[in-house]
Design a protein around this ligand. Structure first.
Ligand code: GLY
Length: 373
């Protein structure tokens, strides 16, 4: 999806753009995600530099959504309803208060509210909630609709999409990236953007120092089907051990496990049970709902869980990977700033903390990365 956004911007600027995907277009983490634009509730202590980038992208989202919809003629399900985070026990409440203070101190607009006020916003919540945090700027988008819309927008702008076309290697000529090798053929290019998500280390042709330290972080999810005319939930909800994301069509997404198991795509009883149990504790009425879908995705996790953006050691090779939990949130800023770097060679200061140079290439990201299939 990051590749689609960057490709769209480059095509808009008049470049000849080819976008290669090893499977169907946009079927990686962006298809598996929940579409939360969660700067306020998903940033953790230790991620202050990332928080600034997240906030910038969050501010860009409303205009970006409008632009993608206009350019594609598709609805991407952007919902500006805010997000609720609930505690279920006094212990959870202490954690919630800590996170609230951290986020407020970092400049995020969040408010502590009582359990009664939380239930006014969401009447079907567990009545025992002692406290909640209201995050008015954390919205959502339908990530699958977004991916389809970005593909359409990119194609309409002139980009050529190549599904089922795995990039085997980055072609190097005169010590710089000179194209990509697909099905044994070299496709020449002035610049190559490596945006292969959790698979970004599997591309050939690069020295170890040029391989981004990205590993797959498995997430299991499921969707229940609510009655769209009488939904059990109207806002994105975070509860201990789970998040729930209601879509306009009544689908209720429940996620997600965080598993360091390489590219293992098994859907397990334990993973699904943990999600359903945590979701049921927050919203007991879900037990009546049919299960519509279960799936697994692979977050591209870098060694510090922040994205890898911009230039690296090979001229002409540009990175847009390692977005971990924030790929959909960071879509606007990734598309805009990485495409600008490709076009002008000027690195926006906001990207400076996120280049590949911050890693010691001698250190492997973890054994999981080596299990790439
Ligand atoms: N951003 C949601 C997740 O990573 O599960």
């Amino acid at each position: 999806m990051c590749g689609l956004g960057i490709g769209w911007r480059l095509a808009q600027a008049g470049c000849r753009v080819d976008i290669f995907d090893k499977g169907a277009i946009g079927r990686g983490a962006s298809h598996a995600a929940a579409g939360m634009l969660a700067t306020g509730v998903e940033t953790e202590p230790g991620e202050l530099a990332l928080l600034q980038l997240n906030l910038r992208s969050q501010r860009a989202w409303p205009a970006f959504a409008g632009e993608v919809e206009a350019a594609s003629g598709r609805d991407i399900g952007y919902r500006g309803d805010g997000t609720l985070v609930i505690a279920l026990t006094r212990d959870d409440e202490r954690h919630l208060r800590f996170l609230h203070d951290f986020h407020r101190g970092a400049g995020v607009d969040v408010a502590l509210i009582g359990g009664g006020e939380a239930r006014q916003r969401e009447p079907y919540l567990n009545p025992r909630i002692p406290a909640a945090v209201w995050s008015p700027n954390d919205h959502q988008v339908d990530n699958r609709a977004l991916t389809a819309a970005l593909a359409e927008a990119a194609a309409r702008a002139g980009a050529r999409l190549h599904p089922d076309s795995a990039v085997e290697a980055v072609g190097i000529g005169d010590s710089r990236a000179a194209g990509v090798v697909v099905a044994g053929e070299t496709v020449p290019a002035d610049a190559v953007v490596l945006a292969a998500g959790a698979w970004s280390r599997t591309v050939g042709g690069l020295e170890p120092a040029a391989l981004p330290p990205v590993r797959p972080v498995k997430g299991q999810m499921l969707a229940l089907q609510m009655d769209p005319d009488a939904p059990l939930l109207c806002h994105v909800l975070w509860a201990p051990g789970v998040y729930l994301v209601p879509r306009r069509d009544g689908r209720l997404l429940i996620g997600a496990t965080v598993e360091e198991k390489g590219f293992d795509d098994t859907i397990t009883a334990g993973g699904q049970y943990a999600l359903l149990d945590a979701a049921w504790r927050a919203l007991p009425g879900i037990e009546e709902l049919p299960i519509a879908e279960t799936w697994v995705g692979f977050r591209p996790g870098s060694r510090d869980d922040a994205p890898i953006l911009g230039p690296g050691p090979v001229d002409g090779l540009v990175y847009a990977t390692g977005h971990h939990r924030n790929g959909i949130l960071l879509a606007p800023v990734t598309a805009d700033l990485v495409s600008r770097f490709v076009l002008t060679g000027a690195l926006d200061p906001a990207l400076a903390p996120f280049t590949l140079a911050r890693f010691d290439p001698a250190v492997e990201p973890g054994p999981a990365a080596l299990a790439a299939e």
